[in-house]
Write a protein that binds this ligand. Structure first.
Ligand code: ATP
Ligand code: MG
Length: 377
């Protein structure tokens, strides 16, 4: 238990409130990993917690909880769920590995044998799996997310409960679904988890899509890529067009920049399947998109993709990589052409970029300004 958590639990105990570290942080400690965030559960109503930490912020997820700052870190302190005992709080958590607690004396309270399941690399629920999934259908997706993180097997009971629980999944809040997908796609065993999702027939439902898995493009998912660069593999597996992908991602409440990047990527890959890069198109797409597009080309049309080193060389050989590399900017243009700002600046800069990229114009201030004066004044 870290110093901040000890401080908070100590303070609660002094006020007569039993409390313990719970959830993912306990799992991480058992697995010798550093927790991302530490949750604390306490035997009290939120109002009593507020009495102990009057300056803490109240937040509401499913249950109300408090964000308490200690030793420079923020801890979420939540009242025990269920009948008000620690054991019952743990009984309502998603998986046995998340249903352990660290008590104030540092001992681990593990009534559902989470440690044993971690050692046997098994994902199981505290109590009846079908009840746990019914309580909160998001756990269905979380099961695959944890599989993507740890490569654990589902217990037999969990595997069969997953199949039965699908119809409920629609009722889960889009943001929570989107966040779990995000974690899944950036976890080391993402492809293994996706394969099991496809084989157990839950893949499309977990994307809230009424479709079938038509391709195995999900096998091209690479956790080291940015999230936007991984999404195509998921939607292509369902044979979604770029517009269907846009809608699907919006339905999962993904940020608009991410959606835009993904759709742009899809369009570039489809373009690239029938065209080769030119200096102009490499420049237009930009390096991260070029790199991601070639990744998917390698998956979809092996043999058509460039070797990564060669591609990098081609890109870095471009006379300019961004507009900032030009020796003139909008302000200089206004002076040069004696005009006030407007859409024409974009046209001029584009024409300069085009000439420079095609090696018809030297990347020197004098040459570029002479070109502008000749063509645009
Ligand atoms: P991460 O390492 O990604 O933070 P985590 O297990 O801590 O994983 P959180 O979403 O931070 O996941 O949730 C914290 C804890 O709250 C979990 O360990 C689990 O005990 C509990 N929890 C979260 N979501 C659910 C859920 N849908 N159903 C039941 N328990 C949940
Ligand atoms: Mg957590």
């Amino acid at each position: 238990m870290d110093a901040g958590a000890r401080f908070i639990i100590d303070k609660l105990q002094k006020a007569g409130i039993e409390a313990a570290v719970v959830g993912g942080a306990v799992r991480d400690e058992v697995m010798n990993q550093t927790p991302k965030d530490v949750d604390i559960a306490a035997k009290a109503e939120v109002s009593s917690l507020v009495d102990v930490f009057p300056s803490a912020r109240r937040v509401g997820r499913q249950t109300e909880s408090l964000l308490v700052k200690a030793c420079g870190t923020v801890y979420e302190v939540t009242p025990y769920k269920g009948d008000g005992t620690l054991k019952d709080d743990l009984a309502h958590r998603d998986f046995t590995m998340n249903a352990m607690a660290i008590l104030i004396d540092g001992t681990i309270y593990d009534p559902f044998h989470g440690k044993f399941d971690i050692q046997s690399r098994k994902l199981a629920c505290p109590g009846a799996c079908s009840d746990r999934l019914e309580e909160d259908p998001l756990r269905l997706l979380r099961a695959f997310r944890f599989q993507a993180v740890y490569h654990f097997q589902f217990s037999r009971e969990l595997a069969s409960a997953v199949q039965k629980q699908l119809p409920w999944f629609d009722q889960v809040a889009a943001e929570r679904v989107g966040e779990e997908w995000k974690k899944l796609l950036s976890s080391p065993y993402a492809v293994a988890a996706l394969k099991q999702m496809a084989h157990s027939g839950v893949f499309a439902s977990l994307l809230k899509q009424n479709k079938r898995v038509a391709f195995t493009y999900y096998e091209g998912v690479d956790p080291s890529l940015s999230l936007w660069a991984n999404w195509p593999g998921i939607w292509w597996s369902l044979n979604c067009s770029s517009q269907e992908t846009r809608r699907g991602l919006k339905n999962l409440a993904r940020p608009s920049q991410e959606v835009q990047n993904t759709v742009r990527l899809i369009d570039w890959v489809l373009w690239r399947e029938v065209n080769d890069w030119t200096a102009e198109t490499l420049y237009q797409a930009g390096w991260s998109l070029v790199e991601a597009a070639e990744h998917w080309l390698r998956v979809r049309t092996p043999g058509a993709a460039y070797d990564h080193c060669e591609l990098k060389y081609m890109y870095h050989k471009l006379p300019i990589q961004t507009r900032a590399d030009l020796p003139v900017d909008g302000i200089r243009l206004m002076k040069l052409c004696n005009r006030s700002g407007g859409a024409w600046i974009e046209d001029v800069l584009r024409s300069v970029e085009k000439e420079v990229l095609n090696n018809r114009l030297q990347l020197e201030r004098e040459a570029v300004e002479a070109f502008i004066q000749e063509e645009w004044t």
